[in-house]
Ligand binder design. Structure first.
Ligand SMILES: Cc1cc2nc3c(=O)[nH]c(=O)nc-3n(C[C@H](O)[C@H](O)[C@H](O)COP(=O)(O)O)c2cc1C
Length: 184
């Protein structure tokens, strides 16, 4: 798939089939993340945790679910019939970072890595979604952070869910300028 087509095809997927990604597909997605630009080329400041283990995903679901505000839980129950903060994604990648030398670079690095992974996923027909609360929740649970082998000197920033979309949707985005731009 050409890059522009992958960009137009990627959209946040919030319902997944239980079918798991193969190790090969997962590793292609992770490798695309590793090709992302990172501040000063300091790739060793970043850490990725690829979670496919059902028990670990269940733990993550329970801990994020418990931390959600009541309105969010009610909305999920209405939309999905249960509190499903990972939307049933069978693979979740948590992006973590050491304290960056340049303030804010950790989130920019993680954003670049996430987008590379999501575009690579779109290229091979895998859906994705940013899971914002997965970062803070993992970070604040020492037990889960240890269980996920996130190094002590890293902060879990956010997660990205991957899997096969439960519903077929071949519609692509119109690539038009929708963000306010000043031409100077
Ligand atoms: C920083 C960031 C945090 C996000 N957090 C969540 C989230 O926690 N849950 C979710 O369902 N989508 C989340 N999203 C996805 C956005 O809601 C989504 O990308 C946006 O509405 C545009 O839709 P699209 O991805 O389908 O193009 C997040 C996206 C970004 C960039």
């Amino acid at each position: 798939m050409e890059t522009i087509k992958a960009i137009a095809t990627r959209k946040s997927i919030r319902a997944y089939k239980p079918k798991q990604l193969s190790k090969d597909t997962l590793n292609k997605i992770l490798a695309a993340g590793c090709a992302a630009p990172v501040s000063a080329g300091l790739y060793n400041t970043m850490h990725l945790t690829a979670i496919q283990d059902e028990k670990a995903l269940g733990q993550l679901t329970d801990i994020i679910g418990a931390s959600l505000p009541e309105e969010a839980k009610e909305m999920m129950e209405k939309m999905m019939g249960k509190v499903e903060p990972l939307y049933g994604a069978p693979t979740v990648v948590i992006i973590s970072s050491k304290e960056p030398t340049d303030p804010g670079a950790d989130y920019v690095n993680a954003g670049c890595i996430a987008e590379n992974m999501m575009l690579a996923a779109a290229d091979v027909g895998v859906g994705s979604v940013v899971l914002w609360s997965a970062g803070g929740t993992v970070q604040s649970s020492g037990e889960l952070k240890d269980a996920l082998s996130i190094p002590n000197d890293c902060t879990a920033l956010f997660g990205v869910g991957f899997g096969y979309a439960a519903m077929e949707d071949s519609k692509q985005k119109d690539l038009t300028i929708t963000i306010d731009v000043s031409y100077v």
